[in-house]
Design a protein around this ligand. Structure first.
Ligand SMILES: Cc1ncc(COP(=O)(O)O)c(C=O)c1O
Length: 451
């Protein structure tokens, strides 16, 4: 039985009315993928204020890996609401934070002793990871990548690559940041091919070190094992371990930004596990607490203990409701098949995408790790000219046909898939069938224009 149910024009009248009110009181800088307003969500579906039901392939930007309104999460949060909602961990500590730190230390890669700092958002966690790395090494510099996204606060934004809309007009940025090309094979900065390139992009870091950036001044590298906002860019296996080895040679700490890749999205709890990399500090957020604001820096105990008492924290950090939700999420990963599902979901999406690419010439590249699937669209497969307009058109059409999608990529030309990992095969197929029609419609229009 089909779950998509579109009963009004999109956006419907109630969404339009709410958006009119929104325009009067919310700044335009807060963007929306769609102009439909949510009323409720369960499992892999979202219902809007007009009663239209959509399949959610965005998951609130990768936050809902365990599904919307997951009963175990709802029950855990309800239970905690009845006990207390806030005392401030820096005023009075509480068990759910401590036990969550114990559990995260167990599940994060690395056999060494670990400690965990809880904060409220991915950006805040990145800021704290860099603070800890600087404190531990006494070095100011941070190495980061082209096409990376690490958040919107000053230091996180400085590490973020894309200019508009993220950085435009917000200078000056934090100093001591060195940016190098990522292992983005489809758009290789060195026009090389993997594997014959032998990771020229990593060698480039050594070259920069020898020319103008003394590695003794660099505290840490901040790296997404798979680029998220930057376009679901999956570097070849071996890339992350080669990067980690380079860092170890120079005493540079490895900070893995697993905000979008974490909590099962790539078929492992953390994506750096695919490469056998044990980061010194691992940053996670999003699906960690199924929609409650929570992020973590899980790191080597000796580094985490560097800052003096009071040097880390914040009023709401490690909120008990969010901790309760995270415990329920971890229970689900421990007792269920979510990691296996992640791989199966990704494989299913890839099968559809490869089928589409036979006739839809817009599709330039299909890449995935687990359920983290990206389809990069180009107007010409030879020149690889990014097809942003067409990507936006597919996203818009998908919404009208009942599938919520979000784009990604520095050029805004990548369709990314972030459905809950609890999505059923039937739901997934229904959404993918709807998307087939959208890809074909936009591709047909393009070929008409070309002709
Ligand atoms: C890889 C990565 N790092 C950091 C962030 C920032 O997280 P937040 O939006 O919770 O601040 C994001 C958000 O999308 C992300 O994808």
């Amino acid at each position: 039985m089909s779950v998509i149910n579109i009963r009004t024009e999109i956006p419907g009248p109630k969404s339009r009315a709410l958006m009119t009110r929104r325009e009067a009181v919310v700044p335009r800088g807060v963007a929306h993928s769609e102009r439909i307003c949510a009323a409720s969500a369960t499992g892999s579906t979202v219902t809007d204020v007009d009663g239209n039901v959509y399949l959610d392939f965005a998951g609130g930007i990768g936050v809902m890996n365990v599904g919307h309104s997951e009963p175990a999460v709802v029950a855990a949060v309800r239970d905690q609401v009845g006990r207390f909602t806030h005392v401030g961990f820096s005023v009075l500590p509480y068990e759910p934070y401590i036990s969550l730190a114990e559990r995260l230390a167990r599940v994060a890669p690395g056999a060494f002793p670990k400690k965990t700092l809880l904060v409220n958002s991915g950006a805040e966690a990145i800021e704290n990871a860099v603070k800890i790395a600087r404190h531990a090494t006494g070095r100011p510099g941070v190495l980061c990548f082209e096409d990376a996204f690490h958040g919107r606060t000053l230091l996180a934004l400085s590490l973020t690559s894309k200019a508009a809309p993220y950085k435009l007009g917000y200078a000056p940025f934090a100093p001591d940041i060195l940016r190098v090309p990522f292992g983005y094979c489809y758009r290789c900065a060195f026009h090389a091919e993997h594997p014959s390139c032998e990771f020229a992009c990593i060698d480039e870091i050594e070259r920069q070190f020898s020319r103008y950036a003394d590695p003794r001044s660099i505290a840490a590298v901040v790296v997404e094992p798979v680029l998220g906002e930057g376009g679901f860019v999956v570097p070849p296996l071996g890339y992350l371990s080669k990067l980690a080895a380079l860092c170890r040679r120079h005493g540079i700490l490895v900070i893995a930004d697993e905000v979008q890749t974490g909590f099962g999205r790539t078929g492992r709890l953390f994506a750096c596990e695919h490469d056998g990399v044990e980061p010194d500090l691992l940053v996670t957020a999003k699906s960690l607490a199924a929609g409650l604001p929570l992020a973590a820096v899980i790191g080597r105990a000796d580094l985490m203990d560097g800052p003096v008492e009071g040097g880390l924290g914040g009023t709401y950090c490690g909120n008990p409701l969010a901790c309760a939700a995270a415990h329920a999420v971890l229970d689900l990963f421990e007792s269920g098949q979510l990691l296996q599902r992640s791989e199966a979901i990704g494989a299913r999406i890839e099968t559809f995408a490869r089928q589409w690419s036979k006739t839809c010439l817009l599709i330039g590249d299909i890449r995935r790790r687990g359920a983290m699937v990206g389809i990069e669209l180009v107007t010409n497969r030879d020149t690889r000219q990014p097809a942003k307009r067409e990507t936006d058109e597919i996203v818009r059409l998908a919404c009208e046909r009942g599938v919520i999608l979000i784009p990604a990529g520095t050029f805004g030309n990548v369709i990314r898939f972030l459905s809950p990992l609890t999505i059923t095969d039937e739901e997934l197929d229904e959404g993918l069938e709807a998307l087939s029609a959208c890809f074909m419609a936009v591709a047909a229009r393009l070929s008409t224009i070309d002709a």
